[in-house]
Write a protein that binds this ligand. Sequence first.
Ligand code: ADP
Ligand code: MG
Length: 694
Amino acid sequence: MPTAIAWDSPVQYLKGVGPVRAQALSRLGIVTVADLLRHYPRTHLDRSRVTPIRDLRSGAEATVLGRVLTSGERRSRQGRTVQTVAVADAGGTLFCQWFGQPYLLRQLRPGLEILLGGRAQIYNHRMQMVHPDYELLEDGGATLHTGRLVPIYPLTTGVGQHWLRRLVHETLTAVRDRLEETLPAAVLTAHGLTGLREALCGIHFPQDGADLEAARARLVYEEIFLIQLAMACRRRDFGERPGLRLGPPGELTARLVAQLPFKLTRAQRRVAAEILRDLRSGRVMHRLLQGDVGSGKTLVALLGALFVIEQRHQALLMAPTEVLAHQHGEVCRRLCEPLGVSTATLTGSTPAKERREILRAAGAGEIDLLVGTHALVQDGVDLPALGLAIVDEQHRFGVRQRGRAGRTGDEIAPHVLVMSATPIPRSLALTLYGDLDLSILDEMPSGRRPVATGTVAAADLDACYAGIRDRLRAGERAFVIYPVIEETSGQDLRSAEAEYERLAAGPFRDHRVGLLHGRMKSRDKQAVMAAFAAGELDVLVATSVVEVGIDVPQATAMVIHHPERFGLAQLHQLRGRIGRADLASRCDLVLDRWLAPDAAERLEVFCSTQDGFRLAEEDLRRRGPGDVLGVRQHGAPVFLLANPLRDLAVVALAAADAAGLLSVDPRLEGPGLGPLREVLAAGFGRYLALTAAG
Ligand code: ADP
Ligand code: MG
């Protein structure tokens, strides 16, 4: 039976699995044998070295073996449950704490033998571990589970640690001799990497620490190499596609620049030149424009659009939200119409009649620049002379839709410019967007003043609002941000709807207050945003819908309630809504409760810098690239072991290796590259190849 296992065999047919367990495994993303073998341990407990509890040192990682003494539960002041389990060995007692995991009490019953791994910490004179890794020992546990580096896997209901460990072990034993090497031999030798077979055994059941490290190094390299190779292939394919070739620029862009009330930054001029060079190269442009919030990306995009428009082509600008599409539409209309360039805005809420007319005009080539939400592209807008498609705030789309705009045209593909305000470090950009050329706006328009950012105790909120009233009287505007739309029972969070009423009747009763949140009708959102931008509202009470791209230069103050509820990137985007002109701005974070150390640290970082690259790096370090960039949901490369931030050097190596390989063997036809080709074709998640059975 084992010889019949292929890498894409469903795990359901493995011995001891069956339909119910298979269902449970699928919740971990494990469907095939390859998925199972790529379900890497979260960590390993070092059971070859157990520390007696009385020898634990505060701050140090350790593994402890003992028996559960007592277990119990209490409620924290924030209403969460806290599970505390006391574990004792011959010489001492260790207190373990978990938050919000009541089911643990059923598992960790007094008297059971337990193995714990984590960081010991003295707290209230007691030795503690918070959220340690743990495992209950079965009587007479086999050598698979003790006396060695033992893998600890991510689990789900219906999948136990021991059972899964045994399943991985048996499956690995059954297939290991038929695992085919995926990496080119030359690459393995050049970097001294272990083969796939040893690496898979080593990542699950390492002999020792060195074995584990070697396995990890190989698998990390492999993940990054495969992505680099796929990117390099795409890039090569792009490069082979002929693109619309533009002639020398006329005077349209110069006229646009002349009518601006400010001078372009050096970075804006440089990037515009990079775009122009692409547009004139005869090859299709695929360029990513990165720039921190407020760096002036819109204008650069508009310059690109005018380059193609003045040569009688059309341009398309897509935004992630309707609010943003209307804002872009308005800016484009204001700047373009004096130049004789026709623009139109199309979103999901454009009335049917108007929509038909816009589609007709666009199809007849009467509209030069069409602005809209990405829904617009999916609904098959026909732009016969499309020369440039611009996608704003790309991270909102996820990676998959990225290629889409490029597919509208027929023989000659339009140029594509993608803009992102998630300032990711170059190494990561290379990894995720290695198929795109990269331009960076690394300079803010002059005259911008830093946004003073600090925390306010809830008790000092009156003074904070008084300060804002002074600003309003001077003609400035303010945002007040809440994490939720309405109050829900069991959560003591202030909400946008309830506080809107209170603020409008209380602290801001002499001012015009508006409300904006995600559940409002698009048309209403639109109206509120427009009123705030036009100065018909002084204060905007909102949820994080204002997060992306909104540009109101007179907005100079922001108060964020429950800031611990927002991620770093989100906070940065929110704060980016103020300080967009040369007025002094301030952002206040309202604190009304005890914060977990991790949240407190995050807010501290946020207060200390306004550098988007710094914050993004911090965010990536904390949450991992998949979550930050929203790629996980979109089926883009998922990193199992690699972390492009940490593995910078590997990214560079692998990129060079991939390019080198393609330059000598563009179709990967060399001897031994069959498995590699197969893996590339199959996608990233399951890159394993086994020789045919029998
Ligand atoms: P983002 O890069 O976040 O999309 P925007 O393109 O919305 O930023 O620009 C932010 C604000 O800065 C806008 O009001 C825009 O008019 C203004 N702006 C753009 N370029 C400059 C410049 N060179 N000097 C001064 N202000 C500028
Ligand atoms: Mg923008």
